[in-house]
Design a protein around this ligand. Structure first.
Ligand code: FBP
Length: 265
């Protein structure tokens, strides 16, 4: 395990990754509500908010935009990823090497593992290569731990999410990014199963400010380290407002009411 507390991925041991790989994973449909969000430059600008500890992007976006933001944004290289055009069993192509991500300026790497997919074995072997290369380059590793595929009946069940966090820990991830298991108590179990691996919540589809912040508050109360979030930031007309509120909930451990009041100021 590589401690993340001294890494660019975290601030005071807490994590807020702004995820922006949706153009690949979901396609342009994710940019329809806020058309400006299709412009990576706008999202890089949002990532300069002090609450954001890292921006997760794919290779092409990093190559084109990161040189102008190196001073102001920490880069998480999302090294695998697949489009929604693909209709086979869950799998994800490795699109750039850790060595190349380092050259582009990445501070950390991210990798999706679909536990339960018919491709789990190959994906775990690919993860081994990425995790060991990341150790060589002193970069922390975030696993998008998403059980999916023929072996998984319900990927939102809390015991499945706890298994995903445990799998991330056993395979050597420093951070496990998991779906919210539905309650603070369920999240406590997930955090316990992950042992020394930090657990962060996946943002999911866009929700109301209060509903979203309450889930983040429950994660922090349960011992989670924070959040990796995309749509609940860039699909808002005012991403800075929700980032101000998230900064309160994650880093100050404020209540949702206090956070919303602070964001209004
Ligand atoms: P969101 O906060 O928008 O859910 O983003 C987090 C993320 O993991 C992205 O990195 C990824 O593109 C997306 O979710 C995948 O979502 P899903 O596989 O659930 O459709």
């Amino acid at each position: 395990m590589r401690p993340i507390d001294d890494s660019p991925l975290s601030r005071d041991g807490k994590v807020l990754i702004l995820a922006y790989d949706h153009g690949l994973e979901h396609g342009p449909v994710d940019f329809e509500d806020v058309p400006e969000s299709a412009d990576p430059e706008r999202v890089f600008d949002v990532a300069t908010h002090p609450a954001v500890t890292s921006l997760a992007v794919q290779k092409g976006v990093a190559e084109a935009y990161y040189p102008a933001y190196e001073e102001d944004v920490n880069l998480l290289a999302k090294v695998n990823g697949t489009s929604n055009l693909w209709m086979g069993e869950y799998d994800s192509a490795v699109n750039w090497s850790v060595e190349y991500a380092d050259e582009v300026g990445a501070d950390s790497v991210g990798f999706t593992l679909y536990g339960g997919s018919n491709h789990e074995v190959e994906m775990a072997e690919e993860f081994r290569d990425v995790q060991e290369a990341a150790r060589d380059h002193d970069m922390p590793v975030v696993m998008w731990a998403y059980p999916r595929g023929q072996g998984v009946k319900n990927d939102t069940k809390s015991d499945v999410i706890a298994y995903a966090a445990r799998q991330a820990m056993e395979l050597g991830a420093d951070i496990a990014k998991v779906k919210y298991p539905g309650s603070k108590a369920a999240m406590e179990h997930v955090v316990e199963m992950a042992g020394p691996t930090k657990v962060i919540m996946s943002g999911g589809s866009k929700r109301s400010d209060r509903e979203f912040l309450e889930s983040v508050e429950a994660v922090i109360d349960a011992g989670g380290a924070g959040l990796a979030v995309g749509r609940n930031i860039f699909q808002r007309e005012n991403p800075e407002y929700i980032l101000d509120a998230l900064e309160e909930v994650i880093f100050e451990e404020s209540s949702v009411d206090t956070a919303l009041a602070a964001a209004e100021e």
